[in-house]
Design a protein around this ligand. Structure first.
Ligand code: MOS
Length: 693
């Protein structure tokens, strides 16, 4: 692999879209100014399972300002029901509470909402089942789990080795249902100008919205254009189109030539934008007295919607973290009458590493070993399951660097030893990991302009993470020109295909396509190409992809204070040390990593979606009932990284950083709570009631 010379890369360039954002000229989807807009308000089912017998739209239709109402009886027919989540207004069936069953299109948002309130629905309700438990008789094994991993793995005889182990941990951990809450809600403006459909959408991938929506509506791909220059966060919830995209498109077909504007309300996002499945994880660790693992068993139960399967890869990180001759991992699903779970920052790694890293802390206590030392003793020389050599495994360096900076050696290993005016103080550690993904399918084009300027085009996404800036830095280094000479164009299907901003793969995949296009430009036109010269290239397959196990690693250290009277937990200090290859932009990287750690803090202490089993919906579906960590929850938090260039991963030397910050964060905090109080909390979130007994 031909690496590019870092000049702009590694510098803390300010966001090139920063000024536009501050001045309000960087539009999110809903803010695109279009002539003669209409507004959509949906009607949602109030039963969790059954069918619609009758739907009376007359009162809505006669309301002033209402233009049209669409229901399953009147909406245009879709072409493909392959993705049942997108089979919108096509049948009388109800699969979950909150499902779209009609939509009102009106001149103003107020009349659309008033119209939606006037729609009368009669249902035939069937008994719904939203009861999640590990004791269900109907748990089943999916064919594979998310990202294509095997459902189960098995090495040696883990059960027997566990039974015979000198030291054992056998604990069950639970993580709750959680919902993504990006700042910008899921939003689409759809315009049908026959034969073209345009969507101004809030998405992590304009191109996948285009192909999916085209397929769903039976249009050719080039009949659909998707525009999404700026996005206010997604965390995975905007990684694939959801029902609202289709609903907006169906509405647009009904009012040709007029834009239909549709933004989900915060409450609607709690049933229509995916969520992280709750998990029940039994973890068994067997070890010798000196802390060498002889058996690792990880059994996961999680849920999926009955109408479409999503199986999170919760046990996958357990397959690679630590050495052990015997190991077994397993995923089982409960299919329920709920919306479809989906991606939320580091799906799999996040809940799985919570359980695994708390289990390791329990083992450290059982062996009387320092938790950092326990991890050192179980460092695998190669990937334990594939037997591939590591591309760049620096977990121990992260742990050691973190321990040094956090003054870990001064820690009294015994729990409940430190206090300060009614607060118990403790600290904990956990490992992080995330795979290095490079997705194939992205293409970049570069065109030379006058005076050494370049236009670089690729239909990539900036979720708010800084793609505009980092891709400009990469392009400048690939073209050996100043960043000012690069004119980047992203966020529109008019630009060449780009893969999703997901799996922390965006910068690696798109950046590599840009590097390949720059190399192609030089090959075709020499070192000083004239104005008008052009080249284009795709992300190539990495030479080491099959032969090396390529992952990022990290270590998280947390210090908490727990109020002895109220059980309140405050995070007083947190440090993450990460190994993620070259850091393209330290300013933006730090913000990504701290953002991930903050989301981990939020998971540890606050977030929990509560399903009311009587009705089948999330009752705390707003920011009053569902707390996400705010500024006041975060005190002294820092993220640093190893100085590293990964020449196996990408020609930039980078591996991606969007997700690793959340992985292990909740475990570090839970382990700190144990150290502070002597109470082991295995069920997230760690709310005060669990500590006051
Ligand atoms: Mo991320 S959950 O891979 O968008």
């Amino acid at each position: 692999m031909q690496m590019i010379e870092p000049r702009a890369m590694g510098t803390p360039l300010q966001r090139i879209d920063g000024a536009a954002k501050i001045m309000g000229t960087a539009p999110y989807a809903f803010e695109h100014r279009l002539e003669r807009p209409t507004y959509l308000h949906p009607v949602q089912s109030t039963i969790a399972r059954g069918r619609i017998l009758k739907i009376d739209t007359r009162a809505a239709e006669s309301l002033e300002g209402v233009i049209a109402v669409i229901t399953h009886e009147t909406a245009a027919r879709l072409a493909s029901d392959e993705n049942k989540e997108l089979w919108v207004l096509q049948s009388a069936k109800v699969h979950f509470r909150g499902q779209f069953i009609a939509a009102v299109i009106a001149q103003t948002p107020e009349s659309a909402r008033a119209g939606a309130d006037r729609i009368a629905v009669e249902y035939e309700a069937a008994r719904h089942d939203v009861s999640f438990s590990g004791g269900r008789k109907d748990l089943y094994a999916p064919k594979t789990v998310n990202a294509g991993y095997p459902t189960d793995t098995n090495q040696g005889d883990a059960e027997t080795a566990f039974e015979r182990a000198e030291v054992k941990v056998d604990s069950t951990y639970t993580t709750p249902m959680e919902h993504n809450s990006p700042m910008e809600p899921h939003t689409t403006i759809a315009i049908w100008e026959s034969p073209k459909l345009t969507l101004y959408d809030s998405t992590q991938s304009v191109h996948s919205v285009r192909t999916t929506v085209a397929k769903s509506l039976g249009l050719k791909v080039d009949q659909v254009r998707v525009v999404s220059p700026y996005v206010g966060g997604g965390f995975g919830s905007k990684g694939e189109p959801h029902a609202h995209n289709i609903l907006a498109a169906l509405a647009a077909l009904r009012v040709p030539g007029r834009p239909v504007k549709f933004a989900l309300t915060r409450q609607q996002m709690f049933c229509l934008a995916g969520y992280r499945t709750p998990t029940i994880q039994r973890f068994r660790l067997g070890a010798t007295r000196d802390g060498r693992l002889t058996s690792i068993i990880h059994d996961v139960v999680e849920l999926t919607s009955r109408f479409k399967e999503f199986a999170e890869q919760t046990a996958v990180p357990t397959r690679l973290m630590y050495a052990s001759p015997n190991r077994r991992t397993r995923h089982r699903l409960a299919a329920l009458d709920l919306p479809k779970p989906s991606w939320m920052r580091a799906p799999g790694e996040t809940p799985g590493m919570f359980a695994g890293e708390v289990a390791m802390d329990e083992l450290a206590v059982a062996c009387g070993l320092d938790p950092v030392e326990l991890r050192v003793r179980n460092e695998p020389e190669r990937n334990p399951e594939s037997d591939n050599p590591w591309g760049n495994r620096h977990l121990l360096e992260c742990l050691r660097e973190g321990a040094r900076r956090f003054a870990w050696s001064e820690r009294d290993p015994r729990p409940r030893q430190r206090s300060d005016r009614g607060w118990l103080i403790g600290s904990g550690v956990a490992s992080s990991t995330y795979p290095r993904y490079v997705l194939l399918g992205s293409r970049a084009t570069i065109r030379c302009g006058e005076r050494g300027q370049y236009t670089v085009r690729i239909g990539a996404a900036d979720l708010g993470t800084g793609t505009w800036t980092t891709l400009t830095q990469i392009a400048a280094d690939a073209l050996q020109c100043p960043v000012e000479a690069v004119h980047l164009e992203i966020g529109d299907t008019e630009q060449p295909n780009a893969t999703v901003a997901g799996g922390s793969s965006g910068i690696s995949s798109w950046g590599w396509a840009i590097v390949a296009a720059a190399q192609e430009l030089r090959r075709l036109h020499g070192a000083r190409p004239a104005a008008g010269a052009e080249a284009s290239a795709q992300t190539p397959k990495g030479a080491d992809d099959e032969t090396f196990a390529q992952h990022s690693f990290g270590a998280q250290f947390a210090e908490v204070r727990v109020n002895t009277l109220t059980g309140e937990v405050r995070l007083s200090r947190m440090l993450g040390v990460f190994s993620a290859g070259r850091i393209i932009n330290p300013r933006l990287a730090r913000s990504q990593l701290i953002g991930g750690m903050t989301m981990g803090l939020s998971m540890a202490l606050h977030e929990e979606s509560v399903v009311d089993e009587r009705f089948g919906h999330v009752i705390n579906h707003d920011f009053a009932g569902y707390h996400i960590a705010a500024n006041a929850d975060v005190t002294d938090m820092d993220a640093v990284w190893l100085d590293e260039v990964d020449d196996r991963s990408t020609p930039m030397g980078s591996r991606g950083i969007g997700e690793i910050g959340i992985v292990g964060a909740a475990a570090a905090i839970a382990n700190a709570v144990y150290h502070a109080t002597g109470t082991r909390i295995r069920n997230l979130p760690i709310t005060p009631d669990k500590l006051v007994t």
